[in-house]
Design a protein around this ligand. Structure first.
Ligand code: JFZ
Length: 586
């Protein structure tokens, strides 16, 4: 089973080769400032697959609907028939652009050509396009590009530069064409690069080109792509999925959010339901609350959220996407100052929520207020200025040791995310990699996430990729390689209020690790445990975690107390630790 995982630790500094070595077009910083400030983009996957809705010959598929041609191994000749029935009369460029603005998105990225090879625009390069091959016979992208600009929304294209299941020399179609017969170089020169030229020449100024799945492209071929973009549209940004370590901004894996503050321009991309392309029965939509928390958590880490909607084959955006994203837009209309133009938080997620920054300003996104309404901002070393609810009344605030304590009103104006604004002078240092996890009795549960551990020996923090339905990728940061007592994970826990706390572990445990003995040390107290089986890892299956209660510890005195997890003896890997959970005993 292939293990498809990424290794990282601490604050991530991005090693992208920003922009190609070729013709630079102005300083990257100036070019990407709009992107850094935008924080929220709308992704749209729209193609012939949208009409199939993940159904083919009476069979329903689950997960990414835009892969239906591949999953059902639909021959090109048959798939072309879908084009003959594609007539998106509900498509409304002005309506879509208005929806993008209403959602609060600052840019829109739409699929010009996905892996199916079908051009959703008027392409002279390939007759397999929406103008020539469908009864619709028009180019939706021209109208959408200008409508977006009229709404003040940056416009960009997604382009699958290597996978193309329609073409004998394109990547990925092994059911109609023999791999050994493919001439990829010919595909790039006859289709990819000429189509990219069309997109960069015929649709006005583009904010970005969102390349995807670089496949077997060589470094030189990637540079050629980027040179073409720079030559035709010097200000157009290029996504990191152009490949070979290039790109003006980084895209994480599908539905992946970095666990820690991350420098440099980057995007986390998520589906609204469980698919990028439209799927008839997929109603598993993220709620406005979930989207708001995802947006704030992404901004708190320093990146943009690119959230996808999948219009159907008639050009209709699902009602839930319209309703839920408009609700997000209403929150942003009132609170957008705390998202747009912000930079990442100086400290990790707190039990009450997350923070975003502007010079001399901290925005506290309160998802869950403390029971005593006394919000603690740890290690606040700057000089406190005005503290108030965003667009609201001043709040009582003061220093308590090194903490800033703010008295919150009850109830808060928005139970999903209420923003408190803290003005300050001086500096707040970056404590993502060393801040203790503050626990108290004001919340019911505290999560010591794997990414916050100091690791000993061979222990390693990894972003484990797994999935539910096909293409419905998930990512969990876990600690692995804990084979010996010295391969431990240690958390710094700041206990504000003494008392009894239950200690539990969330972990994945494969068969070989079943029954391994481990030890939690919390201050002077020891809790021994034996691991329980959760199952073998397979990135095409969900990562099965168990929450195992290890025991209760009694904390007599407040203060910073180390909590460690380690094997009791040398042996096979203990487990993959996702988090330690601490719960005040009531
Ligand atoms: C790709 C496409 O295959 C998919 O259909 C969708 O368009 C998505 C946005 O991009 O899927 C990927 C690409 C890269 C990763 C995962 C899924 N990755 O790097 O983890």
């Amino acid at each position: 089973m292939s293990r498809f995982r990424f290794v990282f630790s601490g604050v991530i500094a991005i090693g992208l080769q920003l922009s190609s070595p070729a013709a630079a077009a102005g300083p990257v910083a100036a070019r990407d400032q709009w992107f850094r400030d935008a924080k929220f983009g709308l992704f749209m996957h729209w193609g012939l697959y949208s009409q199939l809705g993940n159904e083919w010959k009476g069979k329903s598929y689950y997960g990414s609907g835009e892969w239906i041609m591949n999953r059902a191994k639909i021959p090109v000749a048959e798939y072309e028939k879908a084009a003959r029935e594609f007539n998106p009369t509900n498509f409304d460029a002005a309506g879509w652009a208005r929806f993008a603005r209403e959602s609060g998105a600052r840019y829109l990225v739409i699929t010009a050509k996905h892996h199916e090879g079908f051009a959703m625009y008027d392409s002279k390069v390939s007759p397999f396009n929406i103008v020539e091959a469908t009864p619709y016979g028009k180019d939706p992208m021209a109208g959408l590009a200008s409508a977006c600009r009229a709404e003040g929304i940056k416009f960009g294209f997604y382009y699958s530069q290597f996978l193309d299941w329609h073409e004998p020399n394109g990547g990925g179609n092994k059911w109609d064409f023999k791999e050994g017969d493919k001439d990829y170089a010919r595909y790039y020169h006859e289709k990819s690069i000429p189509q990219i030229r069309e997109l960069l020449s015929n649709y006005g100024p583009l904010g970005l080109m969102w390349f995807d799945m670089p496949g077997g492209l060589s470094r030189d071929e990637t540079v050629a792509f980027m040179d073409e973009v720079r030559r035709l549209q010097p200000q157009c940004l290029i996504s990191s999925r152009v490949g070979n370590g290039f790109g003006d901004f980084r895209d994480f894996g599908d539905s992946e959010l970095p666990a820690v503050g991350t420098n440099g321009p980057w995007e986390a991309l998520f589906t609204h339901n469980d698919s990028w392309g439209f799927v008839k029965g997929d109603l598993d939509f993220k709620t406005p609350l979930e989207i708001l928390h995802l947006l704030a958590a992404t901004a708190a880490r320093g990146g943009n959220l690119l959230l996808n909607v999948g219009p159907d084959g008639t050009g209709k955006i699902p009602e839930q996407s319209l309703a839920y994203l408009r609700e997000v837009g209403r929150w942003l209309a009132a609170n957008g100052e705390s998202i747009y133009g912000t930079t990442r938080s100086p400290f990790p997620d707190q039990p009450w929520g997350v923070a975003t920054s502007k010079p001399g300003i901290l925005y506290l996104h309160v998802f869950q207020p403390p029971a005593d309404n006394s919000l603690v901002v740890p290690d606040f070393t700057a000089k406190i200025g005005r503290v108030a609810l965003l667009n609201g009344k001043p709040l009582r605030a003061g220093r308590c040791g090194d903490d800033l304590r703010i008295t919150l009103p009850a109830p808060l104006p928005d139970s999903r995310d209420s923003v408190a604004v803290v003005e300050y002078s001086g500096t707040l240092h970056d404590s993502w990699s060393n801040a203790p996890v503050t626990i108290s009795r004001q919340f019911d549960s505290f999560s010591l996430d794997a990414a916050r551990a100091r690791l000993g020996g061979n222990a390693k923090s990894v972003s484990v990729t797994h999935s539910r339905y096909f293409g419905n990728w998930k990512h969990d940061t876990c600690i692995e390689k804990m084979l010996r007592p010295e391969d431990g994970a240690e958390f710094s826990v700041r206990v504000l209020e003494p008392g009894d706390y239950r200690v539990s572990l969330d972990y994945a445990c494969a068969g070989a690790s079943r029954g391994r003995e481990g030890r939690v040390q919390f201050g002077r107290q020891t809790l021994d445990f034996e691991t329980l089986l959760t199952g073998e890892y397979d990135n095409h299956q969900p990562l099965m975690l168990i929450r195992q209660s290890i025991g209760i510890v009694s904390i007599k005195n407040p203060g910073v107390i180390p909590l460690s997890v380690r094997p009791q003896s040398d042996g096979v890997e203990l487990f993959w630790l996702r988090r330690v959970v601490l719960e005040p005993v009531r």
